[in-house]
Write a protein that binds this ligand. Sequence first.
Ligand SMILES: Nc1ncnc2c1ncn2[C@@H]1O[C@H](COP(=O)(O)OP(=O)(O)OP(=O)(O)O)[C@@H](O)[C@H]1O
Ligand SMILES: N[C@@H](CCO)C(=O)O
Length: 309
Amino acid sequence: MSITATAYSSSANLGSGFDVLSMAHKAFKDKVKATLISEGRNLKISVSSKNTPENVEKNSAGFAVKRMLEILGINAEISLEVIKGIPYGLGLGSSGASASAAIAAVNELLDLDLSLNEQVEFAKIGEIASSGSPHPDNVAASTFGGIVAVTSVSPTKVIRVPSNLNFKILLIVPQKTQEGKTKKAREMLPKEIEIERYVYNSRHLSSLLIGLSSGDRELVREGLNDEIFEVSRLPLFPYYPKIKENAIEKNAIGVCVSGAGPSILVLYDNKTDLEGIISSSKEICTKNDINCDFIQTELAGGVEIERGN
Ligand SMILES: Nc1ncnc2c1ncn2[C@@H]1O[C@H](COP(=O)(O)OP(=O)(O)OP(=O)(O)O)[C@@H](O)[C@H]1O
Ligand SMILES: N[C@@H](CCO)C(=O)O
């Protein structure tokens, strides 16, 4: 018996919501097909995957499933086929989506009846394999869909953020995947921050959440600013400040770095000069010696399940 789960790409952080906020989008998707080879044997997982490691310990999907079955004390021989659609190392939640899909597929395959929060709890373990840290934001968005806030990590609790703002998403995606990028980006973060910067970010986090729930585009624009995380990682995406300044001039709702970068997330609506943003961003990318793809997309739902034989 096989189950295939599909999980969408995501943009984590949304400015000041580092490791807390994230949104799933339809730009890209991963699929994981989980097949039960035999029950009641010693735990054995195999992974087949193009473009990502096939070693169970090193693949976010394999590692998350292996640890979940160990924690739940389940013995089974399962094969996982990871079908990658989301490019990795670009801030699009690629490793997280594989882990979310794998956990959802095995949950269904073994009738584990896990809640979405429990699935996130296990899926985030997969991020240890890809970046060395179990950050929960990308897996929360890929599992739940829409815009989410992770309000607790022990135990994991995810809340869907209510949004009454009509917006579409533009992703500016550099064509330069970097191995181990999120790990490196996390090492660039400060160990301590000044209280002024903490207060600045708290203001923006409040603006973002209130702006989304009340549908106030000016508040969302303010709310997508960050003074701590993006700033300390700027060497990874030096073109970002100019792209942001230009997009805001052309009336984007708001702009932030997508996850740990280097992709950029632009929220727009019918008041935005989208073509102007794309053409000026292309020029900025060229000046910075990078080619970028421009992907227009929208919010995605959570993990989807298909049953097979
Ligand atoms: N199933 C997987 N999908 C993608 N990358 C994986 C997977 N399993 C392991 N990896 C490894 O994880 C690293 C990619 O993780 P990284 O966090 O840099 O990118 P990402 O998953 O797209 O996340 P982000 O949104 O932070 O960019 C690569 O070294 C890749 O080989
Ligand atoms: N919150 C994580 C997301 C990684 O995609 C980070 O910024 O390191």
